[in-house]
Write a protein that binds this ligand. Structure first.
Ligand code: ARG
Length: 582
C-alpha cells in the first residue's frame, strides 16, 4: 500500500519538473497536513524566493502542471501560496481495500533490512524488578516487534545484571539458608528483596560473614567450579521470577535472549588491553580511565570512564565497552538500541564516545542509540514507592491492575453474560493492556505518573478503550452472522466519517516506519488511538448492520474489518492483547 504522502509528493515533484525543469524532479515538495484539505504542499514559498517570483504565481504553475489522475480530486492554491490537495474518494477506498487482504496489511518491508540488537528489560539477579524495569521491558518488546514486522533481523538482548561483588555475600547467604530453599517458590530465597536485604545486613554486621563473602567473590572471578554452580542456582531463581513476569505480561523474551553481564567476563581483559594499546585508557588516581573529549564536570575537569578500578576489578562501563565490541565484531550488527532508564544517559553517552574513539562504533555502519526511558512516578511526583516507602512489588502492582480492570469491566453493559473463567481471562488481559498501553502511550523519554484511575477506564486514551473497540467490531460481525475475513467490500465512501476512517487506515505503514526508525513506539500507540476514535465516530454516524441498502452494508462491514485488522495488528505490535469479547 503506497504512503499517501509519498503519492502526493511524487506528483508535486512531477509538476515541479514540468514547470521549472528536470532539476526539480527530486526537490522537497514540503508536504504537510492541512486544515482545509487532506494534505498541502508548501514548496512554492521557498521556491519563489529562490526564483525571485511571487509565491502564488509559483503555486499557480504547480497546479497548472499537476496531474491529478484518479488519485486527486481537488487541487487549489490557498493563502500566500499553499497548494491544497484532496484525494479522490475512489482512490482512498481502493487503498483501504488493500488493507483487507494484503500480506502485512500492505505495509512494505524495510528497503534496507538491518541487523538490530534491541537491548531491554535487563533486570538484576537477586533483586526484584521495579517499575522502571517494567517500562523498559514493555517499551523494548514493542520496539523489537515493530522492527521485526518491518523486516529487520532483530536480536533481543536481555543484559541482566548477574555479575559483580554482591554475589559473594549472596552465595554465602544462600549456603547459610541451605541450597534446597532455592528450589521452592515460596522460600526465603525466592523473596528476592528480603533475601538481598538479609545478606546485606549480615555483611554489614558480621565481620566473619563479610570475610567469607569477599573470599567468595575472588573464587567466583577465578572461575571456581563449585562457586559458579552456586552462582547459577541464584541466577536460576531469578530467571524463574523474570520469566513469570514476562509470561504474565506477554513479553517475548526467553532464556535464550539473556546475555547478562557475566557473558562478557572473558572479554573484559582484552577490551581493556586494546584501549591501553590505543592510548585511550590511562592511569589516573590508581584507576585505569578513559577521558572522552567533551565530557567535563562542574569545574570543567575532564570526566573519566573508569575501566579498571584501583583494586584491579572491572566495572559496569568495562562490561558495556566489551558488549559493544562483541556486538560489532562478532554479531555484526548495524544498529543497537539500548532501552534503558534515562538516568543512565550520561553513562551511555560516555561509553559510546569511548567506543567511537576506539573505532568500534562508526556511525556510518553502526548506530548506537540510548532509548531513554523516563521515570515512572507516584502521585507525589517522586519515584513510585509503596505507602511505607519501599519498592513496589511488580506482581502486586499487576494484581491491582487486574482488580481495577475487573471493576471497570463490571461497570459497563455487556451484550452477553460471561462465566467466571471467561471473565477472569478477559479481565487479566484488560489489566495487562491497561498497564502496557499506559507505558507505551507516553513519549518514551517522558516521565509519567502511574495512576490506575487514568489507565483502566474503558474510554479515553487507554488500553481498555482500544481493546473494547476491537471487541465491539467483532461483536458486530457476530451479530451479523458473518466473519471479518468474509468482508471484502467493495468499499464506498459516502459519509465524511467513512472517508476520515479510511484515510486514517492508510497511515499505518508510514507511522510504523517512523516508529521503527526512531525506536518510538508511542507514535504507533498514538496512531492506534486515532484509528479507534475515527472508528467510534464512524460507528456513531453510520449504521453498519442496519445500513440502508446492501451495498452500503457491505462497504461498512469491509471498513469495519479493515479497521479491526489494523487495530489488532498494531496492538499486537505493542504487545497489547485483544480479547475477542468484552
Ligand atoms: N541492570 C541495569 C539496571 O537495572 C540495566 C542494564 C542496562 N544495560 C546496559 N547495557 N548497561 O539498571
Amino acid at each position: 500500500m503506497p504512503d499517501p504522502q509519498h503519492v502526493i509528493a511524487a506528483r508535486v515533484q512531477d509538476a515541479l519538473s514540468a514547470a521549472f525543469g528536470p532539476s526539480y524532479a527530486d526537490a522537497d515538495p514540503v508536504i504537510r497536513p492541512s486544515q482545509f484539505a487532506d494534505l498541502q504542499a508548501n514548496v512554492a514559498l521557498p521556491l519563489a524566493k529562490k526564483l525571485g517570483r511571487r509565491p502564488r504565481e509559483v503555486a499557480d504553475e504547480i497546479v497548472a502542471r499537476f496531474d491529478a489522475g484518479d488519485v486527486v480530486a481537488d487541487v487549489q492554491v490557498s493563502g500566500p501560496g499553499f497548494v491544497n490537495l484532496t484525494f479522490s474518494d475512489a482512490w482512498i477506498a481502493r487503498q483501504a481495500e488493500v488493507v483487507l487482504t494484503a500480506d502485512r496489511l500492505g505495509v512494505p518491508a524495510a528497503e534496507h533490512p538491518q541487523k538490530v540488537v534491541v537491548e531491554y528489560s535487563s533486570p538484576n539477579v537477586a533483586k526484584e524488578m521495579h517499575v522502571g524495569h517494567l517500562r523498559t521491558t514493555i517499551v523494548g518488546d514493542a520496539v523489537a516487534r515493530i522492527l521485526e514486522f518491518l523486516g529487520h533481523d532483530v536480536v533481543r538482548d536481555n543484559h541482566v545484571g548477574d555479575w559483580g561483588t554482591p554475589f559473594g555475600m549472596l552465595i554465602e547467604h544462600l549456603l547459610d539458608l541451605g541450597e534446597d530453599a532455592a528450589a521452592r517458590d515460596d522460600s526465603s530465597v525466592s523473596d528476592l528483596t528480603a533475601f538481598y536485604q538479609a545478606a546485606r545486613e549480615k555483611f554489614d554486621s558480621d565481620p566473619a560473614f563479610a570475610e567469607r563473602a569477599r573470599t567468595r567473590v575472588v573464587r567466583l572471578q577465578a572461575g571456581d567450579a563449585e562457586t559458579l554452580r552456586l552462582w547459577n542456582v541464584l541466577v536460576d531463581v531469578s530467571k524463574r521470577y523474570f520469566n513469570s513476569v514476562y509470561r504474565r505480561l506477554g513479553v517475548t523474551l526467553t532464556d535464550d535472549d539473556i546475555k547478562g553481564e557475566s557473558f562478557y567476563n572473558d572479554l573484559l581483559a582484552p577490551t581493556v588491553q586494546e584501549l591501553e594499546d590505543k592510548g585511550i585508557a590511562v592511569v589516573s588516581d590508581g584507576a585505569l580511565c578513559a577521558f572522552p573529549p567533551g565530557f567535563t564536570g562542574r569545574e570543567g575537569e575532564p570526566l573519566p570512564v573508569i575501566i579498571r578500578k584501583s583494586d584491579g576489578g572491572y566495572n559496569y562501563s568495562t562490561t558495556d565497552l566489551a558488549t559493544i565490541r562483541y556486538r560489532v565484531d562478532t554479531e555484526h550488527v548495524n544498529r543497537m538500541i539500548y532501552v534503558v532508564g534515562a538516568p543512565q544517559s550520561l553513562h551511555f553517552q560516555m561509553v559510546f564516545a569511548v567506543a567511537r574513539t576506539a573505532g568500534w562504533l562508526n556511525d556510518d555502519d553502526v548506530r548506537a542509540e540510548h532509548a531513554q526511558i523516563g521515570n515512572v512516578l507516584g502521585a507525589d511526583g517522586k519515584i513510585l514507592r509503596t505507602r511505607a516507602g519501599g519498592t513496589v512489588k511488580l506482581s502486586e502492582l499487576l494484581d491491582e491492575a487486574v482488580e481495577r480492570a475487573g471493576a471497570e469491566f463490571d461497570k459497563i453493559e455487556h451484550r452477553e453474560a460471561f462465566d467466571e473463567a471467561t471473565r477472569a481471562d478477559i479481565v487479566e488481559k484488560v489489566g495487562m493492556g491497561a498497564v502496557k498501553y499506559a507505558d507505551l502511550s507516553v513519549a518514551l523519554d517522558s516521565e509519567y505518573i502511574f495512576d490506575f484511575d487514568r489507565m483502566v477506564p474503558f474510554h479515553g486514551k487507554t488500553g481498555p478503550y482500544l481493546q473494547y473497540t476491537t471487541a465491539r467490531i467483532r461483536s458486530i460481525f457476530r451479530l451479523g452472522g458473518t466473519a471479518p475475513e468474509e468482508a471484502t467490500g467493495p468499499i464506498e465512501l459516502g459519509h465524511p466519517a467513512e472517508r476520515a476512517l479510511a484515510l486514517k487506515l492508510l497511515d499505518f505503514g508510514p507511522v510504523l516506519a517512523q516508529a521503527g526508525d526512531l525506536a518510538e513506539p508511542h507514535r504507533l500507540a498514538g496512531y492506534v488511538y486515532e484509528v479507534a476514535s475515527a472508528y467510534t465516530t464512524f460507528y456513531e454516524n453510520c449504521p453498519v448492520l442496519k445500513a440502508d441498502d446492501d451495498e452500503t452494508r457491505r462497504s461498512r462491514l469491509a471498513l469495519s474489518a479493515a479497521t479491526l485488522r489494523t487495530l489488532v495488528t498494531a496492538l499486537g505490535l505493542l504487545g497489547v492483547p485483544t480479547p475477542e469479547r468484552m
